[in-house]
Design a protein around this ligand. Structure first.
Ligand code: MCN
Length: 782
């Protein structure tokens, strides 16, 4: 077997359709007779619902149904949405009802659905629903949520605290007691969204003749959605088919199964008509889950050479009003903080609390950007205090490659000990610094300053647990026309999954990559599946593709050996043919072999002959695989306006063996764009009544092409020993250390003024304010 495709810059199959307007998103799917849904949403952060009168809305033109919680079947009305990831430390497992029952707990929570001939009529009729609210005090700031006497995010709960847990190893207090230096930082990362170009969308088509339901959904997790929907509707899971067509970006929030999805499915069943709901952008701001929103109060103990002796502190995580994915973000954050460094002792006390805002669930990075920001800000502080070069300080503290596999001393979110499987952090660090021209930076900085320009450089490193289980499956099947069909529970929201699975399978079975047809994102394609999150599919689905491909290869060889009368060892599989090595190179095509593998009606097969040329493999990793990297940002700050321009951005990234370097470059580049947004722009602002204030792209700024430089990227490959193809994840690493590197670079640029930054996003007004406080403008005038 060759590896013609694995490791090659194969052009993505997906792109021609996507860039020529031929993508097929949920809203592109048109079924005759479809009705359209709109949701009535709470205008209050917190209120009791005293009454809802839908009678006028029901009389509106074109309206087929108006449903509130009271109109739902008993089970749907009474039970909350299933909680996917319970955790023993959680004092309450509060998820949403399908439609609010007697209380709304964030602006945008759905109280009713209207199904009408079209969306315009549905929206018009919303205005006719009369709701009497008793407005309750809302809690907006998570720090205020912990204060004695704070309003409760849910009226029936005694406390806003959802969970308190401690992550620790080593004797951290002893480390601090004897440390020559201790430095403390208080840090804050604000919340933002996934902001996919395509908003959420769902089209449900109930089939009353077969009592089944098909749901097209812009989801990252069709199999999980199917399981949850079956539970909510109380129907046989196999009677539901969920199809994720082209998904226009996901970034995490589309991994969630939303209450609206279940309500639309129910409406279709109740009306016997297809029902479509496409979220609008304002709803996306209000109701799609968000992330970050953590407050860190941490300190680091170091010796005189800057070697880390211990890290400790506490962290407060704002989970919003519900916990659909439990407490995994703060948990992942806590486990990520030690990162690539030898940290002999560690303790982080985490508190998770409710507020009256939309729930936080994973957004690209899932807790890790916050942790890396905290750790790297501490490292920068140590470097400054001990007058060490920040890169040199990091080099002194890296876990060395000969220490791999390295046990950190914690349990990771996969339930397994946090053991880094492979990595060469110093090599990655050096590669990034080389790309960035780090050695020559002081000279560049001095020349710029001579011209009155303020440029700075920042370095940040991270380790990320990727490839999380439990499994993903892949079926490889040779079709009678010789094409190779690949199906999987894997999905794609833009990350090129089809292409990379095809690369792997083409190599394993020995066919042309053009002859591999990949069908993913359809629960009808394979019995079980999990989906795209946690940078997990290269590891899980990639490995399954490789294993299934190998099995099919064995079957092809067996059958070809009979057909050609040659031993298997003398047959090569190439370009979809089995070719004998000797003589006149006799050959038989995969198509012929596939037909032979079906046999002839009524005839017996030879003993041992494979039935069909197909295999399904479910690879289940024993633990996470840990990718890593170093980012170097070079920025220029306009001290007059506080504007930050990113001049150069360099990344060394280790995701093990790279299946497709072009795709990984794209993942890193896209991830960095997201990180730039987090660092400098994206701010989901709420007022003290938990009213969202930034619900358009005029107020909530995303990075534009002009804000994102082309990254210089180096691939450092340390294969993972934990899976047959030696890969680790690549989808989120670009985002994770970006804010840490950029904020460090801004501080470095402004070092003549001694300003310090401890938060993201770092807006121009904050920079100007800090410069003002530091007397920068007075100095300049003088
Ligand atoms: N890859 C590779 N070699 C490796 C590792 C990965 O060639 N050693 C390729 C994979 O085959 C895949 C891509 O890189 O094509 C990402 O793989 P992986 O890291 O396994 O991530 P997943 O496929 O599980 O995708 C999820 C991940 C996450 S969690 C988010 S969020 C995210 C992301 O990927 N959202 C994205 N990438 C995105 N890309 C786009 N365009 N849009 C999103 O919403």
């Amino acid at each position: 077997m060759g590896s013609k495709n694995f490791g090659a810059r194969v052009t993505r199959f997906e792109d021609v359709a996507l860039v020529s307007g031929k993508g097929r998103y949920v809203d592109d799917i048109q079924i005759a007779g479809t009705l359209h849904a709109a949701f009535l949403r709470s205008p209050h952060g917190h209120a009791r619902i005293k009454s809802i009168d839908t009678s006028a809305a029901l009389r509106c033109e074109g309206v087929h149904a108006v449903l509130t919680a009271a109109d739902l079947p008993e089970r749907m009305r009474k039970q909350r949405m299933p909680l996917l990831l319970p955790n023993a430390t959680m004092s309450t497992l509060r998820t949403q009802h399908s439609l609010a029952v007697d209380e709304v707990c964030y602006v945008g929570q759905a109280l009713a659905i209207i199904v009408a001939d079209n969306r315009y009529l549905a929206e018009d009729a919303l205005a006719a629903i009369e709701v009497e609210y008793e407005v309750l005090k809302a809690v907006s700031d998570v720090r205020a949520a912990l204060a004695a006497g704070a309003p409760r995010a849910h009226a029936d709960l005694d406390s806003n605290v959802v969970s308190e847990f401690v992550m620790n190893y080593g004797d951290v207090d002893a480390a601090f007691a004897s440390a020559p230096h201790v430095f403390r930082e208080e840090l804050w990362q604000h919340r933002g969204g996934g902001m996919a170009m395509e908003t959420r969308g769902v089209l449900a088509q109930a089939d009353v003749t077969t009592d089944s339901l098909t749901l097209w959904s812009s989801t990252q997790t069709p199999h999980i959605a199917r399981r949850m929907l079956a539970e909510v509707l109380d129907v046989d899971v196999e009677s539901i088919r969920i199809i994720a067509p082209d998904v226009g970006g996901g970034f995490g929030p589309k991994a969630i199964f939303y209450p609206e999805d279940a309500v639309v499915a129910h409406a279709s069943r109740a009306l016997g008509r297809p029902v479509k709901f496409i979220e609008d952008r304002r709803e996306h701001f209000l109701c799609a889950t968000q992330e970050r929103d953590q407050y860190w109060n941490v300190e680091i103990a170091v010796d005189n050479d800057g070697n880390i002796l211990g890290v400790r502190g506490d962290m407060l995580h704002d989970t919003g009003a519900f916990v659909p994915w439990g407490i995994i973000m703060p948990y992942i954050a806590g486990a990520t903080m030690p990162g690539p460094y030898v940290v002999p002792a560690y303790r982080l006390a985490c508190t998770v609390a409710f507020t009256n805002k939309v729930a936080t669930t994973p957004v690209r990075g899932a807790g890790r950007p916050q942790a890396v920001f905290a750790m790297e800000r501490l490292m920068d502080r140590v470097a400054r205090e001990l007058r060490l070069d920040p890169a040199e300080l990091r080099r002194r503290n890296y876990i060395r490659p000969e220490q791999m596999p390295y046990s950190v001393g914690l349990i990771f979110r996969d339930g397994k000990p946090l053991i880094y499987d492979s990595g060469d952090y110093p090599r990655g660090h050096d590669a990034a610094l080389d790309l960035a021209g780090y050695q020559g930076f002081p000279e560049r900085q001095a020349s710029a300053r001579a011209l009155g320009r303020f440029i700075g450089i920042g370095v940040a490193s991270y380790v990320e647990g990727t490839g999380l289980g439990p499994f993903e499956g892949v079926t490889v099947r040779i079709l009678p026309d010789g094409k190779v069909r690949v199906t999987s529970g894997a999905t794609s929201q833009g990350q090129g999954t089809r292409t990379t699975l095809a690369q792997i399978v083409a190599d394993r079975v020995g066919c042309r990559i053009e002859d591999v047809a990949v069908t993913i994102g359809d629960t009808a394609g394979i019995a079980s599946g999990v989906g795209a999150f946690a940078s997990r599919l290269a590891v899980n689905a990639g490995s399954s593709a490789s294993i299934a491909g190998d099995h099919v290869r064995v079957s092809i060889l067996k059958l070809a050996s009979r057909a050609l009368g040659l031993p298997e060892s003398e047959i090569d599989l190439e370009d979809g043919k089995a070719i004998g090595r000797g003589g006149n190179r006799p050959a038989i095509s995969f198509g012929e072999l596939s037909r032979a593998a079906q046999g002839m009606p009524g005839f017996s097969l030879d003993a041992g002959q494979p039935v069909g040329l197909e295999h399904t493999a479910y690879f289940a990793p024993t633990q996470a695989s840990y990718c890593s990297g170093t980012h170097v940002a070079e920025v220029e700050v306009d001290v007059g306006t506080g504007a930050v321009k990113i001049l150069n951005y360099s990344v060394a990234h280790d995701c093990g063996n790279v299946i497709n370097p072009m795709i990984v470059d794209g993942q890193v580049q896209g991830g960095v764009a997201h990180g730039i947004g987090n660092a400098l722009l994206e701010w989901m602002q709420y007022d003290e009544n938990a009213q969202p204030l930034t619900t358009t792209f005029a107020d909530y700024l995303l990075p534009m092409a002009t804000d994102v430089p082309t990254c210089a990227i180096a691939h450092v490959e340390t294969p993972s020993p934990l899976n047959p193809i030696g890969v680790k994840g690549a989808g989120e690493g670009g985002t994770i250390p970006a804010a840490a590197a950029i904020i460090a670079a801004v501080e470095n640029a402004l070092s003549p003024f001694g300003v310090r930054f401890a938060e993201t996003p770092l807006m121009p007004n904050r920079i100007v304010q800090a410069l003002e406080e530091a007397g920068a403008y007075a100095q300049q005038v003088a």
